[in-house]
Design a protein. Structure first.
Length: 286
């Protein structure tokens, strides 16, 4: 699917056209699936400053369907959007979504441009040194090529000499760099790596023949292959399964605790399972 929401970066070079989209207890994004979200008062008490504003600001790329993307009415939608909205609603808050490039997410959180990162962020030791995280799903990595391609590969090293695109700053980007270091040490041609700002752009380049393969998450691969099964196919098996989490500033227990309690209640009452099923995320649940 082509995302029409690619804008010239602004600010520090990480924003994709900042958007203020309020959603939650009375917002346009409230779903009939989330009937318990509309509440007169908070079930879990957020920090006083957020309670006074009545709004929590999430930063996200909003370019990673089915987790988060813009619909035809230019509104954020997807699994993470509905989950984040439900978490906020149970704290008595609406949501302000700010769209950023992936590489700008953690700097924006640390600069207090947003309250939390509602994003498919992999839970890695080095990341936990700089932010706190609330686990909410799992994901892995997958290589995708065209349906017409005869290419076969069982590892990244098998893509030696091939032209491959990845989204900038992602785990698959780092893994390809590691594979290239191994290939170089072995005296073999490196993967011809093309680094692009978004997942959508990697699939666009694959569709137009500008690259031979791309690397992405298992959820994004399933989504795009499902949209265009006659054009794309997976190459090899998924690898690198890892937990993903909501990102918060280090030590911000005032927000971490109610958000974690809100999420736990969503799991306990079956809303989480219904969201997983609605967005075809089976296999990515905790």
């Amino acid at each position: 699917m082509s995302n029409s929401n690619q804008h010239t970066p602004g600010g520090r070079g990480t924003a994709i056209g900042r958007r203020t989209v309020l959603a939650g207890m009375t917002g346009a994004l409230a779903s009939p699936l989330l009937g318990n979200a509309v509440m007169a008062q908070a079930r879990f008490q957020p920090p006083a400053a957020l309670a006074a504003k009545g709004v929590i600001t999430y930063c996200a790329t909003i370019d990673n369907p089915p987790r988060a993307f813009y619909d035809n009415q230019q509104r954020p939608t997807g699994f993470e959007v509905e989950l984040g909205t439900e978490i906020a609603s149970r704290m008595g808050l609406r949501v302000n979504w700010v769209q950023l490039r992936f590489v700008g997410l953690i700097p924006a959180l640390q600069a207090q441009q947003c309250d939390a990162l509602m994003q498919e962020l992999f839970i890695r030791p080095e990341r936990l040194e700089i932010i706190d995280m609330i686990p909410f799903s799992r994901t892995g990595q997958r290589i995708v090529t065209t349906k017409a391609s005869t290419l076969q590969a069982t590892s990244l090293e098998d893509l030696s000499g091939r032209k491959m695109a990845v989204p900038n700053g992602t785990t698959i980007h780092n893994l390809v760099n590691e594979a290239n270091a191994k290939l170089k040490a072995a005296g073999k041609p490196e993967i011809n790596l093309v680094v692009l700002p978004t997942t959508t752009e990697t699939f666009q380049q694959l569709a137009t023949g500008q690259i031979e393969v791309l690397g992405t998450t298992t959820t994004a691969a399933s989504y795009y292959i499902g949209l265009r099964p006659n054009d794309f196919r997976p190459l090899g098996e998924p690898f690198g399964l890892i937990g993903t989490g909501i990102g918060l500033r280090k030590g911000n227990t005032e927000l971490f605790n109610p958000m974690k309690q809100s999420f736990d209640s969503i799991v306990a009452d079956g809303t989480y399972k219904r969201l997983i099923e609605k967005w075809n995320m089976q296999g990515s649940e905790l």
